[in-house]
Structures are given as C-alpha cells and as structure tokens.
Design a protein around this ligand. Structure first.
Ligand SMILES: C[S@@+](CC[C@H](N)C(=O)[O-])C[C@H]1O[C@@H](n2cnc3c(N)ncnc32)[C@H](O)[C@@H]1O
Length: 195
C-alpha cells in the first residue's frame, strides 16, 4: 500500500492477534539499541506512540521506565488494556492533541508508526513530529525505530525503504544534530528537543 494504512486495517490485524513477538529478543534488542544507546535512566517519563497491542509499553515499564502508550487503533488499545491492566494506554492520534500537558516526557519513542513508513516529507509525518515535539521536556529525546533496507525503493504497493538521508532531512528542522543509525534492517533515529 502506498499510503498510511487505515485504522480499519489494524482493527482487523489486531483482532486476529497481531504480531507474535519474542519477549526475550525484544528485551535484549531494546536494552542494546534503545536504553544503552541513548543512555536512558530508570524512572524516566516515557511515551510510546503507535504502541499497537501494548507489548513494548509494558516492556519499557518492566525495564524501569514510567511509560504510557497511545495508538490510533481502538482494537489495539483495547487489547493492550486487557493484556496489561496496570499500564496506561489511550486511543490518540500522533498528529493531534494528547491527554498530557506539553513538556511532559523525557522520552518519546515510536516503533514502526505507519506515518513514518512512506514519504517522510509529506504533511502527515511532519505534522506528527511537530505535534509530538511539544510534549517533550526541554532536552527530551525523540526516538524513531522503523524498518528500512535503505535502498530508497518507493514501491507503490509496499512500505517505502527510505534512506538514512531521508530520516536526517525529516528531523533536521527539529534537531540538526540528530543521530540516524541502522542495524540489520531497522533504522534508529534519535533527536533532541533543545533545552
Ligand atoms: C506497524 S504497526 C506498529 C505497532 C507497534 N509499535 C509494534 O512495533 O508492534 C503501526 C501502528 O501505527 C499506528 N498508527 C498509525 N498512524 C498513527 C497515528 N497517526 N497515531 C497513532 N498511531 C498510529 C497503527 O494504528 C499501528 O498500530
């Protein structure tokens, strides 16, 4: 699909059980490429955007972070609330007002948010980053983790395979010193809100 999938697509997907993650693999991957990579400290206030069925929000809480999760898809959030009743989940659009005060989060992380799978210069992803930015504390960190083989392929029926440069250009207006890494098929961007 060449455009962001509709919430209906994920309603069906999550109603059928969604992704089957290995908790152990996800734990070690995020310890190395997220927590240690960005020197995150236990107790930090964190928001996971596009949390789907909530597995990673719960994982980040287990790692010692105070993490809430949002997703556009009500079926995903409903499943997250049932699976992880002690965690904080909300149906919300990354491009719209969120149920917190601006400046609330030390870290905003998004893994595979559909908005960032296509044209990063389009109004949707730009509006999402712009909107989420205001919910970071001064010096807060925005982390985007997303699939790409870096080939630059823009197949109209698949997700785009954006290049590192596309991510750099997306975050440039927000943080000209953002870091953009790649590890075995996943792009990891880290951008900081200036103090
Ligand atoms: C590929 S899934 C990733 C889900 C989860 N982060 C994971 O890694 O398993 C993409 C998710 O992005 C969510 N999403 C898409 N657009 C969104 C938006 N504007 N605001 C919040 N979530 C959005 C979808 O509902 C879906 O749950």
């Amino acid at each position: 699909m060449s455009t962001t999938p509709t919430a209906g697509y994920y309603d069906t997907f999550y109603a059928e059980g969604g992704w089957r993650y290995s908790l152990v693999r996800e734990w070690w991957w995020h310890r190395r490429h997220f927590v240690r990579r960005f020197k995150l400290r236990r107790g930090m206030r964190m928001l996971e955007v596009a949390c789907g069925m909530g597995m990673h929000t719960d994982l980040f809480c287990r790692m010692g972070f105070d993490c809430s999760g949002i997703d556009l898809c009500p079926t995903g959030i409903s499943a997250a609330q049932q699976r992880y009743p002690r965690r904080d989940f909300h149906v919300a659009d990354a491009k719209a007002a969120l149920p917190w005060e601006p400046g609330s989060f030390d870290v905003i992380v998004t893994r595979g948010c559909s908005l960032y799978h296509y044209d990063l210069a389009a109004p949707g992803p730009r509006a999402a980053t712009q909107n989420l930015w205001q919910y970071l504390k001064p010096n807060g960190l925005f982390v985007l983790i997303i699939v790409s083989d870096l080939s630059g392929s823009r197949d109209p029926v698949k997700i785009w395979q954006n290049r590192l440069e596309d991510y750099r250009m997306h975050f440039e207006p927000f943080d000209s010193a953002c870091t953009v890494d790649w590890h075995r098929g996943l792009v990891i961007c880290g951008a900081r809100r200036r103090a």
